[in-house]
Design a protein around this ligand. Sequence first.
Ligand SMILES: [Zn+2]
Length: 380
Amino acid sequence: MTTSQEYDLLIAGGTVIDPATGLNGVADVAISGGKIAAVGQRLPGHAKQTLDATGLLVTPGLIDLHAHVYPGCTPLSIDPDPLAARSGTTTMVDCGSVGANTFGGFRRFVVEPSRCRVLAFVNISVIGLAAMPECGYGRFVDSNAALRCIEEHRDLVVGVKVRGSRNAFGEDNTIQPVWMAVAAAAAGGVPVIMHLGDPPPTLEQGLKVLRPGDIVTHSFKGQPVTRLVDHRGKVKPQVLAAREKGVLFDIGHGSGSFSWTVSHQLAEQGFWPDTISTDVHTSSIKAPISIDMPNAMSKLLHLGMDLEAVVRAATDEPARTIGWHDRIGSLQPGMLADVAVFALEEGSFPLTDSYKQAEQASRCLVARHTICGGELLTEP
Ligand SMILES: [Zn+2]
């Protein structure tokens, strides 16, 4: 590299945490043409724009594996861009709001106009979450339609969503939609993400159906019937066996799926999530839960998860889970220039779980800048 090098944007002097490369230290991050151009100490050359990140954390842009971002078509969805800009989130993966019959509108009205990156797990129900119970007593479950949607929209579809819950099926005696989701995903070569809900399927039935690389979302929820721990607070053997097999466990916080009680029990046994996600929707985004990625990550820090592991679970790990780790989730030169800049503030921060219980955390991540594809989504 010569000193004649000119970058579009230089993020200077921050502590860079990039778990995919093992980098954890003070460095500059340079961006050109929408891609990461260089990472290193005191990079030579000039930049059209410089952000001073001294005293701040610089990470790959966050990837939210469980969001609901199809406003106007599904009652629970929110607009992705404002949330992305204020939370360091550069990729929102919609988790089942969209079905095969509504995917064209999602591409046209959400993906194309959004400044942040938007991807999707397509629902096994053709109507997505336009109405619930979305499976409509079986009428709207169609694995062939889901497979056609995967093949037609492979640039956006990263897997198949199914709510493993009688509330989704509209019946109380079938796990058929879970089988059909796995069938469509297997044929399309993508993972299934299964919402853990009121049985059927029971936790045990659901885990048995899932394959290595498939994901359980809402893993840290508190309802006795679906929690990952038994009545003594011990992680259930079926859960450990599923993890051993390669099933992944995601947070999917939402307004009903993150319990401080269960989270502490899981943390004490070192059972950390593979991925951290929000399940952000019109209800969970409101106070007192106020969920966003930095909020969810701060909760895992409070539980004792290591900072680098927390960043990994919000960047590299979700990128790998959806097969996008060659493009996003790391700051290696050549990757898409998705970057987040945070302050790790110290003090006393009330963090509220889905059951309206608050704990006082001593550290809290606060996003300062969000850069997606080299474009600064926040004002400098
Ligand atoms: Zn959800």
